[in-house]
Ligand binder design. Structure first.
Ligand code: HEM
Length: 118
C-alpha cells in the first residue's frame, strides 16, 4: 500500500508540474491579451486543490519527512499565490511571479525525489 501511494504521489507531482508550465502559458496569454486571466485564475485554484490531494497522499502513504514537508510547502505557496494579489501594494503583487518560481522549484524537487523518499 505504501509503495502504491508513493507511486501515486510521484505521478501526481508530474501532472502538477506539467500543469504549472501550462499555468505560466495562461499567464502569458493574459499578459499579451490572447485570452482573459480567467483560465489562469481557475487553473491556479485547481492546482491548489491538487496540491492538497498530493499532501494527503503523502501523509497517508507515509512517504517520509522530506516529501511530506515539501508537499506542505507546495500547498502553502499555492495558497498564498492569489492572496499576494489582494494586498494593495505593487511590491507585494510582484512577489506573485517570484512565488510562482518557488512553486515550480518545490514541485520539481518532489518529482526528482522519487523513489528515494527520505
Ligand atoms: C505557479 C504559477 C502561478 C499560479 C499558481 C498563479 C495563480 C494565480 C491565481 C490563483 C490568480 C487569481 C487571483 C485572484 O483573482 O484571486 C492569479 C492571478 C494573476 N496572475 Fe498568476 N499564478 C501563477 C503565475 C503567474 C505568472 C508567472 C504571472 C506573470 C504575468 C501571473 C500573473 C497574474 C496576474 C496579472 C493575475 C491577475 C489577473 C487579474 O487581473 O485578475 N501569474 N494567478
Amino acid at each position: 500500500m505504501k509503495r502504491i501511494l508513493s507511486n501515486v504521489h510521484y505521478f501526481l507531482s508530474i501532472v502538477i508540474l506539467f500543469c504549472l508550465v501550462v499555468e505560466f502559458f495562461f499567464a502569458g496569454m493574459g499578459v499579451f491579451q490572447a485570452a482573459s486571466f480567467k483560465i489562469h485564475q481557475i487553473t491556479g485554484m485547481l492546482l491548489l486543490v491538487c496540491s492538497v490531494i498530493l499532501l494527503i497522499v503523502a501523509l497517508i502513504g507515509r512517504t517520509g519527512g522530506k516529501i511530506i514537508g515539501f508537499s506542505s510547502l507546495l500547498v502553502l505557496f499555492l495558497f498564498i499565490q492569489p492572496l499576494l494579489l489582494h494586498i494593495n501594494q505593487p511590491f507585494v503583487k510582484a512577489i506573485h511571479l517570484v512565488n510562482g518560481l518557488a512553486i515550480v522549484a518545490t514541485c520539481t524537487y518532489l518529482v526528482y525525489s522519487w523513489p528515494k523518499g527520505d
